[in-house]
Write a protein that binds this ligand. Structure first.
Ligand SMILES: N#[N+]C[C@@H]1[C@@H](O)[C@H](O)[C@@H](O)[C@@H]2O[C@H]12
Length: 448
């Protein structure tokens, strides 16, 4: 790119986290169990027996962590509210101590000039609701809407960007199809039902927001662009199935009012006939879309690979992260431009983007050198600029993640943070990537 990179003057540069991954103290002050406190307590579910019982101890260190964001010059901070801190049983009695914790966090962020961006649901369903069927029970749309109403009432005077759900695809694929995430089900008949109810709940929460909200609300989806390994018809068809299952399964019903036809092909008899009224609920108008981008996938047909019949093709010359993801910044540009082409022009935030690499032990002078993460960051920022140049209405970018944290079933070993966390001492140390990001933010994207 020859011309200097140009970002809008009010571009929201920030970082992202989620409650169960960083807070710790999941049952403190009246909070209830979630499906993740249960999952973590089940032997073998999380690597190395790691749990979110302490995590980054953010529930107690929140003020210092906000000071760290201020020190880095962050403009925004995306975090999630733990439903079971607010409603320990998922419905019914409200836990004032839980509401008060997020009051303090939001007020501290605002006092430090940092815009809070709040996610209502980042995977930690109250366990009591899972006992009532969880995302398989159609009533969950009402349960989620009631929770949303409580949170909107409490914080909408200070929070101007709301997200209903984080990555419904991961909730479904990990939690109900492959069983790798809480609640750990492996059932092709359950997965479409959970996915559909997630989208119904999203729509119900947006309806509530339109009644009482004053600002903006959106959905966050993970998008992984799919590229055929060859122009052979079976590879092209496999790529189309993969894109429909992971990407269009969520964006099409929300923005186009129907599911991609490929899903019936993929799930066969496990794919229900959904009532038309559900799509009126699901396709509530949004103020923005949030996109999480990490990598792309090069696809080939593989008849043995249930249920998609797709296999990934590794790219021999590419760099891969510790989570096995190809570093491919062009995919971020393609994703953002592709969204605009298929769904139209609307405000877009990249709500997560980052990389896990093994970080060497801290150097003697307390620095953490992470050149590979820095290279990823530079490449992805340049990819954002390319998307803006192609007319994408990009409003902000959140690095995943502020802190090294609990990478769900992978435990603490996979470090995505731009700030190193010594989990034995809870000491935070900004990595070289954090110092680079601080320069990028201070120069509004000019300094790469
Ligand atoms: N894996 N990985 C890193 C990151 C995960 O830590 C977030 O919680 C998810 O929203 C999304 O999957 C992305």
């Amino acid at each position: 790119m020859t011309r200097p990179i140009r970002f809008p003057s009010n571009f929201l540069w920030g970082t992202a986290t989620s409650a169960y991954q960083i807070e710790g103290s999941p049952l403190a002050d009246g909070a209830g169990h979630s499906i993740w406190t249960r999952f973590a307590a089940t032997p073998g579910r999380i690597a190395n027996g790691d749990t979110g019982d302490v995590a980054c101890d953010h529930y107690r260190r929140w003020r210092d962590d906000v000071a760290l964001m201020r020190q880095l010059g962050m403009k925004a901070y995306r975090f999630s509210i733990a439903w079971s801190r607010i409603l320990p049983q998922g419905t019914g009695a409200v836990n004032e101590a839980g509401l008060a914790f997020y009051d303090r966090l939001i007020d501290e962020l605002l006092a430090n000039g940092i815009e809070p961006m709040v996610t209502l649901y980042h995977w930690d369903l109250p366990a009591a609701l899972d006992d009532r069927g969880g995302w398989l029970n159609p009533d969950i749309a009402d349960w989620f809407a009631a929770y949303a109403r409580i949170v909107f009432d409490r914080y909408d005077d200070r929070v101007r960007h709301w997200v209903t759900l984080n990555e419904p695809w991961v909730v479904t694929d990990g939690g109900y199809l492959h069983g790798t995430l809480a609640p750990g089900h492996r059932n092709a008949y359950e997965a479409p039902i959970a996915s559909h109810n997630l989208l119904r709940a999203h729509g119900a929460a947006v309806q509530v927001y339109r009644e009482i909200g004053r600002h903006q609300i959106g959905l966050v989806v993970n998008i992984e662009p799919k590229y055929p390994a060859s122009d052979a018809p079976e590879d092209v068809a496999a790529t189309r199935r993969a894109d429909a299952y992971m990407n269009r399964q969520y964006l099409d019903p929300v923005f186009l009012g129907s599911y991609p036809a490929e899903l019936k092909e993929i799930f066969g008899p496990a794919w229900p006939d959904w009532p038309a009224r559900d799509f009126d609920l699901i396709s509530q108008k949004l103020d923005f879309i949030g996109i999480n981008y990490y990598t792309r996938n090069v696809c080939r047909h593989d008849g043995a690979n249930w249920p998609l019949q797709v296999a990934p093709v590794r790219q021999p010359q590419a760099t891969y992260t510790e989570t096995g993801w190809e570093v491919f910044p062009q995919g971020l540009t393609d994703t953002l431009v592709g969204f605009k082409r298929r769904y139209g022009d609307m405000p877009v935030y990249v709500m997560e983007n980052g990389s896990a690499f093994y970080d060497p032990p801290q150097a003697a002078h307390g620095r953490v050198h992470d050149p590979l993460r820095m290279d990823c960051l530079r490449g992805n920022i340049a990819a954002l600029a390319a998307a803006i140049e192609q007319g994408v209405d990009l409003r902000g970018y959140m690095v995943w993640s502020l802190l090294d944290n609990l990478e769900w079933s992978l435990g603490f070993a996979k470090r995505f943070g731009i700030v190193h966390v010594d989990f034995a001492t809870q000491r935070r140390t900004p990595k070289d990537s954090a110092l680079l990001y601080a320069r990028i933010v201070a120069s509004n994207g000019a300094c790469l």
